[in-house]
Unconditional design. Structure first.
Length: 164
């Protein structure tokens, strides 16, 4: 078997594994581009999904409830991170009762949260802990997957101001 054939087979295996509906891999591409690794390009239309936060101001070390909603539409998957004004991932997500999984990107533990199953969701709430020694604004950025080939990226919350 030639090296080209092996590369094609390995690529196909990775594509299937990365498209698995009950997890999101912490790969560099997923972490930076926030795309699900399956289907065509993201939708260009306005997202039917929103991100609401429990507070616009939080002290470092305290938690914020982040609610991802379908506003009448369901979604099967999601992926969310908190980003500062420069686009850096900040803070940590807190694992919950099993509906939400967390993983680390860029060597930082639990700085992304995602779905743990492909069941339809109307909304889901994740908990994010503001970094202790950070002052500035963060925005929650998410990808919502409606169906395998239908997804929206770069859905943003309003800003949250963190004070150290």
């Amino acid at each position: 078997m030639g090296s080209t054939t092996i590369v094609v087979i390995l690529s196909a295996i990775l594509a299937v594994a990365w498209s698995y509906p009950t997890t999101v891999p912490p790969s560099p591409e997923v972490c930076s581009k926030m795309t699900p690794g399956h289907g065509p390009s993201p939708q260009k239309s306005k997202s039917p999904y929103t991100i609401d936060v429990s507070t616009a101001n939080v002290k470092g070390g305290n938690n914020v409830q982040v609610t991802l909603s379908g506003n009448g539409e369901t979604f099967k998957g999601f992926y969310v991170q908190a980003r500062d004004a420069q686009g850096n991932r900040v803070g940590t997500f807190i694992p919950d009762d099993g509906a939400v999984k967390v993983h680390g990107c860029g060597g930082i533990k639990n700085n992304a949260a995602h779905h743990s199953g492909k069941d339809d969701k109307q909304s889901i709430t994740v908990h994010w802990k503001a970094p202790q020694a950070f002052s500035g604004q963060v925005t929650f950025v998410a990808t919502f997957v409606h169906e395998f080939e239908t997804f929206w990226t770069n859905v943003k919350s309003g800003p949250v101001t963190v004070t150290a």
